[in-house]
Write a protein that binds this ligand. Structure first.
Ligand SMILES: Cc1cc2nc3c(=O)[nH]c(=O)nc-3n(C[C@H](O)[C@H](O)[C@H](O)COP(=O)(O)O)c2cc1C
Length: 212
């Protein structure tokens, strides 16, 4: 993979564990790929606009090639985010779990990049909606930090984890099905619990930096 788009979703800066873990991966990957491109997109500490009525009208305008200029303007930022996504091979998303899902900035980013005609298509088959992903050849790595413990596969709280399934489903919907999740858990437990989990996450990230 030669081009990484790193999406950072924590509202926290230096104190963010998901950001710190993502830097473990990114710096190891950059050391091995010194000429490769790394682009960063801030969605946790910069406002990603939520979908509004103008966006919906423009995004689902029946004749996309004949959109009025005002509608083109309503989609300009979304177009930029989609272009950025399409221009990279590996998507690295660093995110905390917030209320069993992802922070609102990351959800807003998803809403901006799931775009009819650009990242997915919609047709009717005997009147039933069919969806076709339009994004090809990309992978995603989700690097996440959670206060609780047991949200991973087979964990006691797995059913309450709406973050990983949301990201896997939305990315899969547009065609990014190769998704790896690396999590550090237990930040709100005694320090040792999180230390062990974060250290395991770091080892996995260092191994992945050699693979990607
Ligand atoms: C608003 C808010 C909601 C949170 N909701 C959850 C949650 O549902 N489950 C959980 O395990 N931790 C939750 N946490 C804890 C964070 O996931 C945890 O502190 C994580 O390490 C933060 O990542 P960061 O350091 O990258 O910001 C929440 C924290 C905040 C601030």
């Amino acid at each position: 993979m030669s081009k990484i788009l790193a999406i950072h979703a924590s509202p926290r800066g230096e104190r963010s564990h998901s950001r710190r873990l993502s830097e473990v991966f990114l710096s190891a990957w950059q050391a091995r790929n010194p000429h490769a491109q790394l682009t960063r997109r801030e969605v946790g500490r910069a406002l990603i606009p939520p979908v509004n009525e103008a966006f919906v009208a423009a995004a689902f305008y029946p004749e996309p090639d004949a959109r009025p200029l005002s509608m083109q303007a309503d989609l300009a930022f979304s177009d930029e985010l989609v272009g950025e996504l399409l221009d990279h091979d590996l998507l690295v998303i660093s995110t905390p779990m917030h209320n069993f899902s992802v922070p609102s900035g990351l959800k807003a980013w998803i809403d901006q990049i799931v775009r009819l005609g650009l990242t997915f298509n919609h047709t009717l088959d005997n009147g039933i909606a069919q969806y076709e992903p339009l994004v090809r050849g990309k992978k995603a790595l989700i690097i996440t930090s959670r206060g609780g413990f047991g949200f991973g596969p087979g964990g006691e709280l797995e059913a309450m984890n709406h973050a990983d399934p949301l990201l896997r489903t939305a990315l899969g919907f547009i065609g990014i099905t190769d998704v790896t999740v690396v999590a550090a858990e237990g930040e709100e437990s005694e320090a040792r619990t999180f230390e062990v989990s974060a250290a395991e996450a770091e080892q996995r990230l260092l191994a992945l930096a050699r693979e990607f």
